[in-house]
Design a protein around this ligand. Structure first.
Ligand code: COA
Length: 523
């Protein structure tokens, strides 16, 4: 299928009969329904129907009518989907992950509900009916075969589930998507709800256990829309000094583990999270000593593609591309070259706990704050405002062979410490966090009890500007905490968080109060 004309990619006569404009298709989506859309980190999202629907919602609003839908996706999408629908206040409930600024603003203003779910859980939640009924699926594909099967596009995400579960299906056939994507996907149809589950038969990252196409009932398709629009991802910022230091610490650690005989020379399958720091670590591996690497991950970012290009990474299994515009252009210019080394799977498989545990993945994810005992907050600012969501970080962290979390030691121009006494929201408990890395150093928490952890985290990871205050907190907690297993001064732990340096005076007053209180507890 070598064409960039959408029409000639629709080979099924029945579905050709359903071709219509985006406006006509959007008109088939009523207010109040749940819509499962394709899309994962700016790849493979529908490019025409959501923004057209947003215009319809705006019109309804102008006429004083309420028009809201539930929006379910694979993960984050792009301004044409999340941004457009959030802008017109058209989303009642959003799940399972977002990273759009307008969407985030609405959620944090209390105007949009958001369920932040482990990405591997979404399919079973939908099958189980916990999220309500899925009314419509709007899914981008790269083409339609004569028998109605669909060629997936640049992400898989939850599309198989949407196509299976929705009453009605709207397809966008995007001629921009590279025709060589055909054959790159592995869509597994063997999952089931308990008690009918069978083992997921993946024992190596490059095992293919499914088929390259989505199956559908063509009778459920109510519209087919032709598009020709590029995926939209943000460029990565080039690795800064801190990211390079973090990458260096991780590389040293991995080399040490190989030397100790705890990891093979080509490591174990890598998982790399979203964001600039994660991308920088992948870039660091390019200059590292490791060869024949593999990846069992969720998104394939620029750094991982570079590793494939330079021959260091032999196979990457993911659910989506998450490439900068430049990397995307390069990939599309030479896609057949990557066909043997990249597999795109449904997110219930790319993030499957059973497979992650079996393969012994090395998980590397970003964080917002970590506390001195190793609990990690990946999602909330000040414990109340969502940033993005947990995404797949929990799927990987809990089940990984080595679970690494990484961050610069401070944020917001150095005014906020990312190492705090107690996280203001917990996504990953101390039990799922083995390694914390900042530009200051790496804390290996494996085999350490809470008080041993606290010392290592403060000494290895905290920024020197905040280290003395953290030491002081910990020392006083050791003396005055009512329990000495995980010592804390509960009335003080959170007041450390904002503007730690700027609020010295206020905090000094606070500390006096807290000390009096702790003294009282100690008696
Ligand atoms: N307090 C306030 N803001 C903080 C902060 C803190 N302790 N730590 C980070 N931030 C802010 C940064 O200032 C930055 O804000 P900006 O966009 O306004 O500049 C933003 O959070 C992102 O931080 P950055 O240091 O650029 O890190 P990142 O791009 O690596 O992203 C996460 C870090 C945690 C937001 C990101 O990794 C994430 O969303 N993780 C959860 C999902 C996940 O792990 N998915 C992967 C699974 S496969």
């Amino acid at each position: 299928m070598q064409t960039n004309n959408a029409s000639s990619r629709i080979l099924c006569p029945h579905l050709r009969g359903k071709i219509m404009s985006a406006e006509e298709a959007a008109a088939l989506i009523p207010s109040g329904v749940n819509v499962g859309m394709s899309g994962f980190t700016g790849a493979g999202y529908p490019k025409a129907v959501p923004s057209t629907l947003a215009k319809r919602i705006m019109d309804a609003n102008l006429h004083g009518k309420k028009f809201k839908i539930g929006v379910w996706t694979g993960a984050s999408t792009a301004p044409e989907l999340d941004g457009a629908l959030a802008m017109v206040d058209g989303v009642e409930m959003r799940l399972p992950y977002q990273s759009d600024p307008t969407c985030r603003k609405r959620i944090n203003a209390g105007e949009m509900e958001y369920i932040d779910i482990h990405l591997s859980h979404v399919a079973q939640f939908v099958w189980g009916g916990f999220l309500g009924k899925l009314d419509v699926a709007v899914v981008e594909v790269a083409g339609i075969l004569e028998d109605g099967r669909l060629i997936p596009s640049s992400s898989v995400g939850n599309n198989k589930t949407w196509l299976d579960q929705a009453d009605k299906i709207i397809l966008e056939v995007n001629a921009w998507q590279n025709p060589h994507l055909e054959g790159m996907h592995d869509i597994y149809y063997g999952t089931a709800l308990p008690p009918h589950r069978k083992p997921i038969p993946i024992v190596k990252t490059d095992d293919r256990i499914g088929e390259p196409y989505y199956r559908i009932d063509p009778n459920n398709v109510i519209a087919v829309v032709e598009t020709n629009k590029a995926d939209r991802n943000s460029p990565f910022t080039p690795p800064d000094a801190n990211s390079k230091l973090i990458a260096g610490h991780i590389l040293d650690f991995l080399q040490h583990e190989v030397k100790k005989g705890r990891l093979p020379a080509n490591l174990l399958p890598l998982q790399s999270g979203v964001g600039n720091v994660a991308n920088a670590v992948m870039a660091g591996l390019q200059d590292g000593p490791f060869e024949n690497l593999t990846a069992y991950t969720e998104v394939l970012q620029d750094g991982m593609l570079d590793l494939i290009k330079c021959g260091k990474l032999t196979c990457a299994s993911a659910t989506s591309f998450s490439l900068s515009p430049a990397a995307l252009e390069e990939l599309n210019a030479d896609l057949p070259r990557f066909k043997d080394s990249i597999i795109l799977r449904p997110q219930e498989i790319s993030n499957h706990p059973e497979v992650i545990r079996r393969l012994g993945v090395i998980a590397m994810n970003g964080l917002i704050e970590a506390d001195i005992y190793g609990n990690v907050n990946s999602t909330h600012i000040m414990g109340t405002s969502i940033m993005n969501g947990i995404g797949g970080s929990g799927d990987f962290a809990r089940n990984a062979f080595i679970s690494i979390f990484m961050t610069p030691s401070s944020a917001k121009g150095g005014s906020v410490s990312c190492i705090v006494p107690m996280v203001s929201h917990v996504d990953h408990t101390e039990h799922d966090v083995q390694i914390i890395v900042t530009e200051q150093g790496l804390a290996d928490l494996r085999g350490l009890a809470p008080k041993q952890r606290a010392k290592v985290v403060i000494e290895k990871c905290a920024h020197p500007n905040f280290r003395p205050a953290l030491r002081e907190y910990y020392d006083r907690a050791l003396r005055y905490s009512p329990g000495r297993h995980t010592p804390h001064l509960l009335d003080e732990a959170y007041t450390f968080l904002p503007n730690w340096v700027a609020n010295q005076t206020a905090r000094a007053a606070w500390r006096d109060d807290a000390t009096v209180q702790a003294d009282a507890w100690a008696k």
